[in-house]
Each structure stands twice: as structure tokens, then as C-alpha cells.
Ligand binder design. Sequence first.
Ligand SMILES: [Zn+2]
Length: 101
Amino acid sequence: MHSFVILYIYIYDRSGVYQPTCSECKMKYIGQTGRPCKVRFQEHLRDFKYNNKRSEFAQQIIDNKHTIGKMEDIMEVVHVIKVGKNFYKNVVVLTEAYIIK
Ligand SMILES: [Zn+2]
């Protein structure tokens, strides 16, 4: 007898390859992070706000006087790093879904 649990994961909580797009000029940026993608997005947001020169994505928005959009609107997580088998014991990941608060 096996029991299965459907686990919904907020995609931005996962680490992997993320792709923010400028909402105005549609310039795409691609990045990779071992931390949750939403944490990485917050950093881009900070770089934009404080005019740090660290983020290419933020820099493009600053230089062109474009506006930065909401994470859910402008960023896509294109690849997630899978968790190890032992991490979710007896849990089968059937699907991943966006959970919008
Ligand atoms: Zn732009």
C-alpha cells in the first residue's frame, strides 16, 4: 500500500536557471543561481533601486530609463535544479505549479 502526496512547489522558491525580461524593450537576461530564484530577483531589484553596477539586467533598465516589472510578470524559471531522492521521502512530485498569493 503506497500513499502519494501531490506536492505543489512555488517555482520561485527553487534554484536553477531564471530568465527575467525587460517589460519595455523585451531584452532577455539569463542567469543561474543555487539559491531560490526569488532571492536572486530581489538582488536585481536592489541593484536597480540603488544603481549598483553589479547586475546587467538592472543596468540595462537604468541606462534606458525603463521600468522594472513584478517578478511574476517578467521572470520565468526555465530550469529547476532537482532535489535529491532522499529529501522527499515517500513523496512523489507529480506536478509543479505557480502559486500566486
Ligand atoms: Zn529594457
